[in-house]
Design a binder for this molecule. Structure first.
Ligand code: RTP
Ligand code: MG
Length: 142
């Protein structure tokens, strides 16, 4: 499996709980390397653009409201099969359905405040990484 990149966001609930380091540790223990990172307080326009694929969904306004409610930590993860590996670490969207030991099972409260985002395919990853980072802001680490 070739090295892949994926976009990860630690959402406002997890930043507020002060568990950025604990979540980073899970990425590192799973063999994913952080090759770019920034803390941002998303504007409404940034959140709407990022989640544009969901704009017709009933939960869109709540999602945008939540994602702009406080700072987020945005990072690019690199490693073998990084997209699927990160989704496995995250667990199911609804923390009540997330497998024990996953990030959402351990740190999330609800389907809205669910601790982390991760790209859901290599195509989404490419778009999402480029949404937040220029190529000159990414430091491949081999
Ligand atoms: P994410 O994009 O944040 O990594 O989460 P995901 O792939 O697991 O879930 P997705 O279907 O892409 O939905 C994006 C976010 O919208 C919220 N959501 N609410 N009330 C609902 O039925 C509902 N469904 C989704 C969640 O916060 C989800 O993470
Ligand atoms: Mg998604």
């Amino acid at each position: 499996m070739a090295t892949q990149r994926t976009l990860s966001i630690i959402k406002p609930d997890a930043v507020a709980k002060n568990v950025i380091g604990e979540i980073y540790s899970r990425f590192e223990k799973a063999g994913l390397k952080i090759v770019a990172a920034k803390m941002l307080h998303l504007s409404r326009e940034q959140a709407e653009g990022f989640y544009a694929e969901h704009k017709e969904r009933g939960f869109f306004a709540d999602l945008v409201g939540f994602m702009t409610s406080g700072p987020v930590m945005v990072q690019v993860l690199e490693g073998d099969d990084a997209v699927a590996r990160n989704r496995d670490l995250m667990g199911a969207t609804n923390p009540k359905e997330a497998a024990p030991g996953t990030i959402r099972a351990d740190f999330a409260q609800s389907i809205d405040a669910n601790a982390v985002h991760g790209s859901d395919s290599p195509e989404s990853a490419q778009r999402e990484v480029a949404y937040f980072f220029g190529e000159d802001e990414i430091c491949p680490r081999g």
